[in-house]
Design a binder for this molecule. Structure first.
Ligand code: DC
Length: 241
């Protein structure tokens, strides 16, 4: 018999700017699952390299440094806070410096091997999970019963980023942001290990013309349709279709 307490993993992959993190966190809350932000783990690896003056393309040295470092989430906060050697690194992993360094760091095979191992270990301890990244449905959890690929037009993603930056009081040039997004898409999807791919059999959702609420509702609907008996009964106060 299927029980709403058995292991259940939903993967969400896609390029930068599709709103994956917010979508995955909100979906996890609505479905009563935990949330894993694997981009934050790669960002922490990039921060570790920067702080220890390790070249950002020296995967072997970064993986060695990672091996003697604890990288754990504090699951009591929502979304879970990432602790690198016990230090809350949330304020430092989204800076421009880390964002620039993380693409080459995440292309290193030694770093990816270590991260994939840690992500599977996290899933053993937290088996009811919405996990988001670039390779979650294709490499890390290919047997997950629901694998989603979020996509959005690069121009729309650039406009969203500009709006975010301006809302935070920064000056933002749309043309250069669009070029940076296109460059990151290219690097993420052409790297040799764990490239950004649409997982075979994944459900593709184009978010170009949907707001956050509409994306989360679409995914919640999909999850309940496919995995109904494996999920807790919906709290109708928060479910909107
Ligand atoms: O989603 P994000 O922007 O926080 O991801 C940061 C970087 O990490 C981005 O360059 C893609 C990379 N990444 C990855 O290679 N594999 C993942 N599972 C998650 C993120």
């Amino acid at each position: 018999m299927i029980s709403p307490t058995q292991p259940l993993i939903i993967t969400i992959d896609g390029p930068a700017g599709t709103g994956k993190s917010s979508v995955a966190h909100m979906l996890a809350m609505r479905l009563g699952l935990e949330f894993l932000d694997t981009g934050a783990m790669y960002r922490a690896a990039a921060l570790l390299a920067i702080e220890n003056s390790i070249p950002i393309d020296d995967g072997e040295s970064i993986a060695t440094a990672l091996a003697s470092t604890t990288l754990v989430f504090d699951w009591k906060s929502s979304p879970p806070t990432l602790l690198l050697s016990g230090r809350d690194v949330s304020p430092f992993i989204r800076t421009a410096e880390v964002t620039e360094a993380v693409s080459p760091v995440s292309a290193c095979s030694d770093v990816r091997r270590e991260m994939v191992r840690r992500q599977r270990e996290i899933a053993s301890a937290h088996p009811r999970l919405v996990t988001e990244g670039r390779d979650q449905g294709s490499v890390v959890f290919p047997d997950a019963p629901l694998r989603i690929y979020l996509e959005a037009d690069a121009r729309v993603r650039a406009q969203r980023r500009v709006a975010q930056l301006r809302a935070a009081g920064h000056v933002a040039d749309e043309a250069s942001i669009l070029r940076a997004i296109q460059h990151r898409d290219h690097v993420d999807s052409t790297r040799a290990v764990g490239p950004l791919r649409i997982p075979t059999g994944a459900d593709r959702v184009d978010t170009s013309h949907l707001d956050l609420e509409a994306v989360v509702s679409t995914l919640e609907h999909l999850a309940r349709e496919r995995l109904g008996a494996r999920l807790p009964i919906a709290n109708t106060a928060v479910v909107r279709h």
